[in-house]
Design a protein around this ligand. Structure first.
Ligand code: FES
Length: 64
């Protein structure tokens, strides 16, 4: 699939999120995964407008 920017404020892409998830232990839920992704990439620490998009991407990656 095509890469795209999920968080414009922090310049975090779909592939960046995927990298974090693939390098981490498996997560029990999307919120836990989100916390990890945010800690590594700083995504959703600016305007916060990307929050739902990031959760959607995480759900999609976790269900692959
Ligand atoms: S677009 Fe992600 S914090 Fe603004």
């Amino acid at each position: 699939m095509e890469n795209y920017t999920i968080c414009n404020c922090m310049n975090v892409s779909y592939f960046d999120v995927e990298d974090v998830l693939h390098q981490s232990e498996s997560f029990s839920d999307v919120e836990k995964a989100f916390e990890k992704v945010q800690a590594v990439t700083q995504c959703s620490t600016g305007c916060g407008g990307c929050h739902d998009k990031i959760l959607d991407a995480i759900s999609e990656i976790m269900s692959k």
